[in-house]
Design a protein around this ligand. Structure first.
Ligand SMILES: Cc1cc2nc3c(=O)[nH]c(=O)nc-3n(C[C@H](O)[C@H](O)[C@H](O)COP(=O)(O)OP(=O)(O)OC[C@H]3O[C@@H](n4cnc5c(N)ncnc54)[C@H](O)[C@@H]3O)c2cc1C
Length: 433
């Protein structure tokens, strides 16, 4: 078939791109190819934290993009407002709750973070509420391991990501986007004035193509050096009984990400289940993305154990759902962009576990790159620069496993980061989330 724009990948990046391409120019023929079903990838299976940050938090932003952080914050907040507006405009029922993010601290070495986080939030204009000690924090959310905490408001909240994907699909179809599920694109070929996207049993001849395939094997080979698919796993409890619900407080329903290098993220769902994920980040040699990797017993067991350490009063609760998914990790922990086939193909990938809102921005920028539009964003270093690539295998596995081990060791040793993490920090590659 023929189209003006062919989008490959039906996650948030592809869906936002489809919707905004139609909003830019309703007459444009847009085709979206999705290898499985829309929302099959990270977009349909993530934690549901929706964040204004385009830099994986302020401290990571300051470490990596000090000259552009003011701009990035401005764009990120405008993007979050745009997401909220889109959810209203297209009447997407996705349980969006703008309850901000709560960081409970769980070890003595984290005590100083409360002041540091408050100072950083003040500097960038976020309202915060500090819980200075264990009693204050535990009155907010009842966990015996909490020593204090800080609640940042106005930075986002939580939503049901699968409902958002379904809603965006409905909006895209309503706008006239032609969506083909079970249509994996296999390769790209340059053609006169455009690009051909080949899939089994057919092809799309388009003027432009936008790749939105995240951690999956990319159609532009050079992307591989920048992306390591890292698996992250999630448990969900049965609905809390009224007694259990009372036993945890958490009346203001913030998204919670606790302190530590290996952290958990958790939130309440609409039906008052607890979604509980994170901690382990599993990379496998060669970076495969396969259905059988969606389950990982050792990680599920660790997550369940850590859950009960955090909420011992919920002993006996059942976990009714569990799953995993691949994160498109890159060394700068935020989306990067590129073009191929003489500017006829553009991509946005590398969100590194914080893409629910950032994909909307990524889609916008990728569309502007394809259209050759010069904007404040397309001119920025953030958009023009690539992350530091990962080394090839087997060094890639060695470096990632060493970093994971050292992060876990830092958590055991009062946060002391040691030689390897210190070196990464000095090179501007350290992870501090
Ligand atoms: C377990 C987990 C928890 C997370 N938690 C959060 C969170 O709480 N907050 C947050 O902001 N972010 C979170 N993320 C990250 C977030 O989900 C992603 O950044 C975001 O969904 C990326 O969207 P995407 O559209 O770029 O990629 P995806 O949603 O992965 O979409 C890519 C799509 O492309 C399709 N595809 C791949 N190759 C082809 C091909 N050749 N042809 C056709 N289709 C193809 C795939 O089937 C897939 O549907 C989490 C991710 C995971 C895995």
């Amino acid at each position: 078939m023929d189209a003006d724009l062919c989008i490959v990948g039906g996650g948030f990046t592809g869906l936002w791109a489809a919707l905004h391409a139609k909003a830019d120019d309703p007459g444009r023929e847009v085709v979206l190819l999705e290898g499985h079903t829309v929302g099959f990838g990270a977009s349909g299976r993530n934690g549901g934290f929706v964040s204004a940050s385009l830099t994986h938090g302020l401290s990571n932003g300051l470490a990596r993009f000090p000259d552009e952080l003011d701009l990035l914050e401005r764009w990120g907040r405008a993007n979050l407002r745009g997401l909220v507006a889109d959810v209203e405009r297209y009447r997407i029922d996705c349980d969006l709750e703008l309850t901000g993010e709560l960081l409970p601290i769980v070890a003595p070495y984290q005590d100083s973070w409360l002041e540091e986080e408050r100072e950083l939030a003040d500097r960038y204009g976020y309202e915060v509420e500090v819980f200075p000690d264990a009693a204050a924090m535990q009155a907010e959310v009842a966990s015996p391991i909490y020593r204090g905490g800080i609640w940042t408001k106005g930075c986002g909240g939580v939503l049901d990501p699968a409902r958002l994907a379904a809603g965006l699909l409905g909006a895209a179809l309503g706008a006239g986007v032609r969506v083909h599920e079970h249509s994996p694109a296999q390769r790209l070929e340059s053609a006169a004035g455009g690009i051909v996207v080949r899939a089994p049993g057919g092809a799309v001849r388009a003027r432009r193509a936008l790749l939105a395939t995240s951690a999956f094997p990319p159609l532009v080979r050079s992307i591989r050096r920048y992306i390591a698919p890292v698996y992250d796993y999630v448990l969900v409890t049965e609905p809390l009984s009224p007694a259990r619900r009372d036993a945890i407080g958490w009346r203001r329903r913030q998204g919670i990400a606790d302190g530590g290098n290996q952290f958990h993220y958790y939130r309440l769902t609409r039906g008052d289940r607890i979604l509980w994920g994170g901690f382990d980040a599993v990379y496998r040699f060669g970076g495969p993305v396969r259905d059988d990797l969606d389950e990982h017993e050792p990680t599920f067991a660790r997550l369940a154990q850590n859950f009960l350490t955090t909420f011992p009063q919920l002993e006996g609760i059942r976990f009714t759902h569990r799953w995993g998914g691949a994160i498109d990790t890159c060394s700068r922990f935020s989306v990067f962009f590129g073009t191929a086939h003489r500017g006829r193909v553009a991509y946005a990938t590398g969100y590194t576990g914080l893409g629910v809102a950032a994909t909307r921005f990524g889609a916008r920028v990728a569309l502007d790159l394809l259209d050759g539009r010069s904007t404040e964003a397309t001119r920025s270093r953030y958009v023009r620069r690539k992350p530091v690539p990962f080394p090839p295998e087997p060094l890639r596995t060695a470096v990632i496993q060493l970093t994971r081990n050292r992060l876990a060791a830092a958590d055991r040793r009062d946060g002391r980061r040691g030689l390897w993490l210190g070196l990464l920090d000095r090179l501007g590659l350290g992870f501090d989330s």
